[in-house]
Ligand binder design. Structure first.
Ligand SMILES: [Zn+2]
Length: 451
């Protein structure tokens, strides 16, 4: 049995149903599960952390990413573009992906997430060039090296330029190929048990790069295997225009005809839903992953988060792909979300603590998990610790529940713990050689961009 004891935690924000904040408590975990939270616990453990002066939070949960984009950030040629042109330009780079690019972009992207308090990552991978190897298997291996909880998706595209879609021919596949590989990946990797470190979702890329048949069959297969469904929806006005022209329907109405609403479905972005559509999401428990930095960078618009929260739409937080962020810190997303909605909605905006709960409990709900997102006995031991004595936080910690979103924390966290295991210590990755990984990744990135 592996045990962990975190002693004298100055403030522990649980994000539980009672919104409890504990002061000066210990937390004890066995085999990755929290067994006790309380004062002066009489426990011995394999590992002990002294958390006097530290703030403790449930691990952040990222519910939308494209890790492969780590190697196409800050490229001058796309900085002034909106989504459709941005995608068409970048596909010319992305079509050269291989296993090595996926391995190192996954290690660096998820490494950055973990250094900023993230303990679970969902990745939406949808570019599968012929002969590129086992890209999803490679992602799971990278996650296991790092020690992060990983939800991968079998993304897909079957409409290339010649069929009226955006991607080049070389990265699209047939519906049969996609369904066969989806079933293989679920059977090989999906673990639905308590405390699962690996899950698989099905995630066709977006309505403007896939056929109705691919969406329909993905929904049928996902329900056969009890896995979740995800895609981009209502990200831009261009998408709405495209769907009205092609299908004579707004994007959500189109998705609804194909079985794509329900508590096992969540959409990335969800900016351009009208009020009726928001009500449908709430009634059906269909979720939305909010990605404010990407939405601002690509000038896509502002998601109606205050209304979604009021209506009861399940909402989580995500960084989106590294090329439209241009980073992988969910911590930065917390403050950006807070400020964006303050600006746009004033008193109707979510509080700093509402935003933290969005990135923990809210995100856990999108992934269909009740074992993470909350710190309580019987839940997974996924958390992070921040030393409140750091210079940037002097005088700022009166309300630990909201400080991450209102004041923000820009440096790395002191500790990240996933499944009871220390994965970040002193602000550095404890599971891999961070410096060597960064050097290897830079070299591979330069080779890839030169292809
Ligand atoms: Zn995305």
């Amino acid at each position: 049995m592996k045990t962990l004891l975190i002693q004298n935690i100055a403030s522990l924000v649980s994000c539980d149903d009672e919104d409890r904040v504990y002061e000066n408590v210990d937390l004890y975990a066995e085999n990755g599960v929290i067994r006790a939270i309380g004062q002066n616990l009489d426990k011995a453990a394999d590992e002990t952390i002294d958390a006097s002066h530290m703030l403790c939070y449930p691990g952040l949960i990222n519910t939308h990413h494209h890790l492969y984009q780590q190697f196409s950030r800050n490229l001058p040629q796309v900085q002034n573009m909106e989504l459709f042109d941005w995608l068409k330009t970048l596909y010319e780079i992305w079509k050269n992906l291989d296993e090595n690019v996926i391995r190192l972009s996954s290690l660096t992207g998820m490494g950055e997430l973990m250094k900023h308090g993230c303990t679970t990552c969902f990745d939406h991978h949808y570019v599968f060039p012929a002969g590129a190897g086992d890209l999803i298997g490679t992602q799971f291996e990278a996650a296991s090296e790092l020690g992060i909880r990983m939800h991968c998706s079998r993304g897909s595209m079957d409409l290339s330029v010649k069929d009226g879609g955006l991607p080049p021919d070389s990265v699209v596949q047939t519906v049969d190929e996609i369904m066969k590989d989806s079933a293989r990946l679920i059977e090989t990797y999906h673990d639905a048990s308590f405390g699962s470190m690996r899950q698989v979702a099905l995630a066709p890329c977006s309505p403007f790069s896939v056929s109705a048949e691919l969406l329909r069959q993905s929904a049928i297969l996902a329900r056969q295997y009890h896995v979740r469904l995800h895609t981009h929806l209502c990200e831009t006005k261009d998408e709405e225009t495209y769907m009205l022209e092609r299908e004579g329907m707004r994007p959500l109405a189109f998705m609804e005809t194909l079985g794509w609403v329900g508590p096992d479905v969540w959409y990335a972005h969800g900016i351009h839903f009208n009020t009726e559509e928001l009500k449908l999401l709430a009634e059906t428990g269909t979720g939305v992953c909010h990605c404010p930095i990407s939405n601002m960078k690509l000038a896509s618009g502002i998601a109606r988060i205050p209304e979604m929260l009021k209506l009861g739409v399940p909402v989580g937080l995500g960084v989106d792909g590294s090329a439209s962020n241009d980073g992988s810190s969910l911590m930065e997303e917390l403050r950006t979300a807070f400020l964006l909605h303050r600006l746009n909605s004033s008193r109707e905006a979510p509080s700093g603590y509402d935003i933290l709960k969005m990135a923990t409990r809210g995100s856990a709900r999108l992934l269909g998990r009740s074992d993470i997102g909350v710190l309580a006995p019987g839940k997974c031991c996924d958390l992070f610790l921040i030393d409140s004595r750091r210079l940037e936080l002097v005088g700022a910690c009166f309300d630990p529940k909201s400080v991450l979103a209102t004041v923000g924390v820009r440096g790395a966290v002191d500790y990240t713990v996933v499944n009871g295991k220390i994965t970040v210590k002193g602000g550095h990755l404890a599971t891999i050689d961070e410096e060597k990984t960064a050097l290897d990744a830079q070299r591979v990135c330069e080779g890839y961009l030169a292809r």
